[in-house]
Structure formats: C-alpha cells, structure tokens
Design a protein around this ligand. Sequence first.
Ligand code: NCD
Ligand code: ZN
Length: 346
Amino acid sequence: MSSITIPFPDDWHLHLRDGAMLEGVIEHSAKHFARAIIMPNLVPPVVRSSQAEAYRQRILAARPAGSEFEPLMTLYLTETTDPDDVEAAASSGLVKAVKLYPAGATTNSDSGVRDFDKVIPVLERMAEVGLPLCVHGEVTDPDIDIFDREAVFIERVLAPLRERVPGLRVVMEHITTEEGVAYVKDNAENLGATITTHHLIINRNALFVGGIRPHYFCLPIAKREKHRLALRAAATSGDARFFLGTDSAPHPTDAKENACGCAGCFTAPNTMSLLAHVFEEEAALDRLQNFASCNGPAFYRLPVNQQKMTLVKRDTAQAVAATIKTGAGDVTVFDPGFDVFWDVGV
Ligand code: NCD
Ligand code: ZN
C-alpha cells in the first residue's frame, strides 16, 4: 500500500449551478476541495457584483453542515460590463476573476463577447488592479473545425488581446491542445492555464467507442492523443503555470443522453482519485501537490491551504457511484474506463 499527503487541493474552474442542482452537487466539491473558482454561466449569467454576492450566499447556504468550503466568485464579462463595478468587486475581495466567454462558445454563453473592442476598458481596469481574466479559449466561427478552435483562438484572439492589454493577468481555462501548452510556456508573463481531469484521461476516440458516448462530450472537446500527452506532460511537470481546474459541469443525465446533448463532464466526486492514478502512471506523484494544491494559489496570490489531504492506494479497485441523485435529476459521474485504486481520506 502506498499513500501521499498533500496540502488540501483547490479547484480553479468549477460549475456548481444553482437551486436543486447546486444543493445536490456541492457536497462532492466541498469534500475534496477547500476553495473553488465558481463559473458564472447561470441563466441569467452572474454579470454584476450584486449578483455575485447573492450567488455566493446561495452557495454558502447550500454547503453541508460544518463545511468551510470557500466559493471564489467570478463575474461574467459582457459588452456592457461596468469597469467601476468590477473594480469595486475586486477590491472588496468578493470577486477573484472575470470570465470571458466568446458569445456562443459553450453552455449559456449567449451573453458573451462578440466585439472585443467593447471590453478593452474593463480589461485595462482589470490589468490596473491585478484581477485575472479567465478565458474560454475557442473561436466560435462555424467555418473553423471544432478540433481547431482553441489553436485558432490563440492566434486570432488571445495573442492580439494580450498585446493590446499587456498587463492583463490571464488564465487560459481548460486547455486541450499542445498549442495551448506551448503558448503558455512561451509567454512567461502574466499567464497561467487550468487543465481538467478528464482531458488528462480521454482523447477524442472516447466519444465514439462502439457508438456515441454523450458523457464524454464536453467543451472544449477532447482532442487527439498527442494533445492528451502534451497535457499530461504539462500537468505533471510541476511548472507553476499549470494548475487544476476540473471544469466539473453537471447536467441531468437525460440532458446529455439526448438528440442534442449538453456539453460537460461531472468529475467532482472522483477527481482526486483519478489524478493520483494519472500522476502515478506518469511517475510524478510527488508533483501532484504542485498541480492540485500549490500552483493555483500562487497564481491567484492566495495562501496554500494549511489543512492536508492523504490519498491512499488500496489493494482493491475503489467503487464509485455511477450516478448521483439531485433534486434536478440524476447526474452521471465521469467514468474513466479503468479501475482506480486510489482513495481519498484518512
Ligand atoms: C460547461 C457547462 O456545462 O457549463 N460545459 C463544458 O463542457 N465544459 C461550460 C464550459 O465550461 O465550457
Ligand atoms: Zn467550464
């Protein structure tokens, strides 16, 4: 039996939703993470600081009894976002980042940005106050192949935007390509990237094994094997610019097993066991703490958690619930397709 003890992890990209879904899923993140950056793509989106404060209160109220899980709030960037409201939300400590969704890129992104000229004043203010921009890095042009949308976004949107607002601190969210990894490595200043658990495990073949597999459909979509390997190398390298953002994105099972199924993998319950498995495979267990516990706080200028987590490798495969029940319907848990012996606890 082997075990590893790390500072308690944080999740730097999480969808908790609202109402009955929030109540059903929050315990799974609260159990294994001290803090999480909470995505603002609700309906309607969390655009103003007053909405972020109200949403934060709903999250705090939904926590299991005794939990000290801390939601780190974000604002959803629109073309009419007010720089003063953003600055006030940052200086009060309420908001830790602003999220950029190109309009139409993913779930509930219709209020996102179409004309980047319109958001330059907000981005300049964020650069002044050091507030990070979390970027969903995919172009939405239907003429661009879905598997190329991240690489094209870097070239056409992200690189020019960072030149226009050089002091802006940017997190490339859920990178999925070797181009994403290379861009982060080549641009040392003010740049970090999150990587999800599932993109370290599946490549695009997983979507079509013996038929269509809706529970492996997420955005950005999983890419070729060479990209998965580049993500694994980055995540397990210890490099401070790469950190965990699970992008755990619950949808009711019937909304995914559907003629027009929703994008999102729900990995909150088993992420830490899966990461221990992946890092052991890469002979990098000693660097799991960089990825899951230390690099994110360093980027966000927050302390590493004092509390510790011990992961233990058991002799037998660990059972994980295939679905969880919520008041908004059952949610299917991400199935890695292999046995996992790592267990969180102790
Ligand atoms: C996310 C969701 O469901 O909100 N889905 C996903 O596939 N990741 C949206 C997102 O982060 O793109
Ligand atoms: Zn997401």
